[in-house]
Every structure is written in C-alpha cells, then in structure tokens.
Write a protein that binds this ligand. Sequence first.
Ligand SMILES: Nc1ncnc2c1ncn2[C@@H]1O[C@H](COP(=O)(O)OP(=O)(O)OP(=O)(O)O)[C@@H](O)[C@H]1O
Ligand SMILES: [Mg+2]
Length: 225
Amino acid sequence: MIRLKRIEKTFRNGGVDTPVLKGIDFSLDEGEFVALMGTSGTGKSTLMNILGCLDRATAGQYEFDGRDVVALDDVELSRLRNEKIGFVFQQFHLLPRSSALTNVMLPLVYASQYPADARERAEQLLAMVGLKDRMGYLPGQLSGGQQQRVAIARALINRPRLILADEPTGNLDRQSALDILDLFSDLHRQGHAVVIVTHDQEVAARARRVLHMVDGRFEREEVRP
Ligand SMILES: Nc1ncnc2c1ncn2[C@@H]1O[C@H](COP(=O)(O)OP(=O)(O)OP(=O)(O)O)[C@@H](O)[C@H]1O
Ligand SMILES: [Mg+2]
C-alpha cells in the first residue's frame, strides 16, 4: 500500500537548517499493524505527518497505492488524505464548541460528496467506541479517554484503509489507554492498516512489526511471527 524510499526532511527556519529525517525506507502492506518507537526528538511525528500527507518530504520517494505522492498538488494531496487516511493525534484536536457527533461528522464536510448517511455513520462509530450516551456532549464535558475515542471515531468516518496514530494514549490513564489500544487492535482485525507511535512496550507488543528510530533513521526492526 505504501512505499517510502530514502525519505529526507530538513526544516528551514530563518536560514537555519534542521535535518530531521535522514533517509527512511519503509513499506507497509494492506492491513498491517506497525509500531514506531524511539526517543523524543528523533523524528517520529515528522515521519507520521509525511505519511499522513500533512507535510511533504524534502527529498525521497513516496508511493501510495502505486501513485507518486510527491507529484500530487496540494488539492490532490488533501483528497488522498481525506479518502484513505485517518489521523489520530496525541492532542485530540476536537472543535470545542461542537458536539461529539458534529466533531465526528466534520471530515465528511470536506469529502467530494457529502454522504446521505453521514449522521448514521457517525452515530454507529460513536457507539462502537462506547460513547452512545455521550453523542451530544461537548469535548469539555468529556474525559480525556472519551475525547480520544471521539477523535478515533472522527478518524474512521471516511472509512480509511490506513490509520495513523501519533501517541494516541500518551495523555491517558492506564485503563483508558488499554481501552484505546483494544480499539486499535479491533480496527486492525477489521482489515485497516495501523501505524502507531508509542513509548510503551506494552503497546508495541500488539504490533507484528516494531520499528526503532534513532536520529532520523530506522535503526532496527523487530518482526514477530
Ligand atoms: N517546524 C520545525 N522547524 C524546525 N525543527 C523542527 C520542526 N518540527 C520539528 N522539528 C525538529 O525535528 C525534530 C524531530 O521532531 P519530532 O516532533 O518529529 O520528534 P518526535 O520523535 O515525534 O519526538 P516526541 O517523542 O517528543 O514526540 C526535533 O528535534 C524538532 O526540534
Ligand atoms: Mg512526536
């Protein structure tokens, strides 16, 4: 599904260059579950943003379903992101004045065609993440774990084949983190490809592949049978 070759990312600010990604090779098959680990500042979020088409690499190749992502213009890039990728952030990024239900439906507003069953889909997803009785609540009226579940439902509304989660349990207590993890395992079983950034061995233990990143490169990869 995804193939990265020699991906580099250098940030340029006021004449200062910060090289962050220094040649990343990465392939992801349909339906895989991969964990990405590494110390703070090593480039995990930078890589996730490139994978998620929220940012562009400075050099290298990125193919998604055989399409050359580097060659896409900004409109095509956001369409790809919207149709195929669901992104879950560490900070939940929910709209504070909109209900859980509206937050989940939001990505559909940007879809090329607004589906007739938008509301029904959002309700189903909120029920799936255990928030059937909280649909009308504002983010501020929900716990951290509940807000993250809203964010996951929102990431799924376009039925993406790829789910990217950047430390989705980083801000949660143990039990909420385990609940969220179970959700990602379920999604994986349903056939979604999942890439999850984590500092937690227990989280990584759920993945078949664990990639260890050091200083902008993949240092090693563990693969479980
Ligand atoms: N816009 C930017 N301009 C300059 N440098 C940046 C920018 N964004 C990130 N960096 C640098 O890139 C490096 C990697 O950042 P990144 O957020 O990818 O790390 P990370 O592995 O996700 O760390 P953490 O585990 O703390 O989230 C950091 O040293 C950071 O200072
Ligand atoms: Mg990060």
